[in-house]
Design a protein around this ligand. Structure first.
Ligand code: PLP
Length: 443
């Protein structure tokens, strides 16, 4: 048996030679080889420390190296690693029960998937089977996954390779008051305007053909676009008026990110279906799922649920999920997200005041975006839509990385979404790096 320990150089070079890396031109990549992680931090193989200010892909909500989750995975692995979805498995049963208990009282059952994209794919299938209708509305500024069906829900440029796409997927615009130049002090008025436009669009599409409206409750990677007050209740009413199902994609916004277990709780609405992934296991093992109302669940008592995945409710993933959701409750994680969120919000506001290149800062809980502009008055984005030929945003991220502040950007926005275990002192230390990097970039 040959020793298989790779050096840092071998790991990086094999990465480039044999892996196809997501969303990247493959030439010239220089990924960091990671040695270990603990809480907010991870270290490269030279011992340099990085702060995980995006919780990786906004999924590592409890940070690195959480002992309770690791032990739960080990314990399950000792019993059995896999049993097919047709068997009753303790971790699967327990997690479904726990999740239903966190959801509104109208919810009944869970269909587990491998991640967020297939959660959305299956939510669309369930909505179509349940309503007998075929059209699906989703928003332009959205990301719902990159597989074929979820990619058709996605509205931003990551859907382009799938075009011309699946017929019946209709797009509408998000309520983005800053970019639309609307009066942000009268949110109810803005909500009414957006909803009136959407209502007209539904009527023109033929309401009887619309199965569901899919939204990211808080639009995530497209810039943490927070719905104005009145918008979600109005959307719920619009769905009820036309018998359309409301699907909240909580893949990124769920599991404490906004300070509530699910983001829709912030506006007191009850969707018909909820898709989730990321924070349910914090990525320790991949898992996603679709939660459905009791009414929809009952429909499938006698109708066949034509959905299936070999790894639906994988026992290891569900064991991680049980440990994870219990940790949220037992360690006051939602409260921490809410409280630390106030610190983050005030630090971001200081940054906005201090920097002429920071047009807007938006945050809810520990979910934030910093919107960079050429001019505060005109609000012209720092880079044009879908283009950054000079790599301006990448250069800012490189400055941040050099200071050990790791995150990602989208269009003209920098995402700030640290693990929900972060402290006030850590936030102050990290946000000072963002402040410095923006100054160095002349913003
Ligand atoms: N939905 C939202 C809101 C997301 O942010 C993502 C991923 O970033 C997805 C769906 C897709 O999830 P996955 O990458 O697990 O397929």
């Amino acid at each position: 048996h040959k020793e298989r320990i790779m050096t840092k150089e071998e790991i990086v070079s094999a990465h480039g030679e044999y892996n196809l890396q997501s969303w990247s031109k493959q030439k010239g990549l220089s990924p960091i080889a990671v040695r270990n992680g603990d809480g907010l931090y991870f270290w490269d193989m030279d011992g340099k420390r990085y702060s995980d200010m995006s919780s990786q892909l906004v999924n590592l909500n409890l940070g690195h190296g959480n002992r309770a989750i690791i032990d739960a995975i080990k314990e399950q692995a000792e019993k059995y690693c896999y049993i097919s979805p047709g068997y009753a498995s303790e971790s699967r049963s327990q997690l479904a029960k726990d999740l239903v208990s966190f959801l509104p009282d109208t919810f009944g059952k869970i269909f587990f998937t491998n991640g967020g994209a297939d959660a959305n794919e299956n939510a669309v299938k369930i909505a179509r089977m349940y309503t007998g209708r075929h059209k699906i509305f989703s928003r332009y500024r959205s990301y719902h996954g990159s597989t074929f069906g979820a990619g058709n829900l996605t509205g931003e440029p990551r859907r382009y390779p799938l075009e011309p796409g699946i017929p019946g997927f209709v797009k509408f615009f998000d309520p983005y008051l800053y970019r639309d130049g609307l009066d942000e002090t009268d949110q109810e008025k803005a909500s009414k305007q957006y909803l009136a436009r959407l209502r007209e669009q539904i009527i023109y599409e033929g309401p009887d053909s619309v199965a569901a409206i899919v939204i990211e409750t808080v639009t995530g990677s497209n810039g943490v676009i927070i719905p104005p007050s009145g918008y979600l209740p109005g959307l719920r009413a619009l769905c009820d008026e036309f018998g359309i199902l409301l699907i909240c994609d909580e893949v990124m916004a769920g599991f404490g990110r906004t300070g509530a277990m699910f983001a829709f709780e912030n506006w007191g609405i009850k969707p018909d279906l909820v898709t989730f992934a990321k924070g349910v296991t914090c990525g320790y093992v991949q898992l996603g799922g679709v939660a459905v109302s009791s009414k929809i669940a009952a429909h499938f008592d006698d109708a066949v649920l034509s959905c299936g995945l070999t790894y639906s409710g994988h026992p290891l993933a569900c064991a991680a999920g049980v440990a994870c959701v219990r940790y949220y409750g037992e360690h006051g994680i939602l409260e921490n997200a809410k409280e630390r969120g106030k610190t983050l919000s005030s630090l971001l506001q200081n940054i906005q005041t201090a920097h002429p290149g920071v047009g807007d800062v938006r945050s809810i809980g520990l979910f934030a975006a910093v919107e960079l502009v050429k001019d505060k008055k005109t609000r012209e984005p720092l880079v044009p839509y879908g283009k950054d030929p000079e790599g301006i945003m990448k250069a800012i991220l490189r400055r941040l990385a050099a200071k050990g502040f790791m995150t990602y950007s989208h269009e003209n926005m920098i995402i700030v979404a640290p693990p929900l275990i972060i402290t006030d002192d850590q936030l102050v230390e990290e946000l000072a790096k963002l402040d410095e990097a923006l100054t160095e970039a002349g913003l």
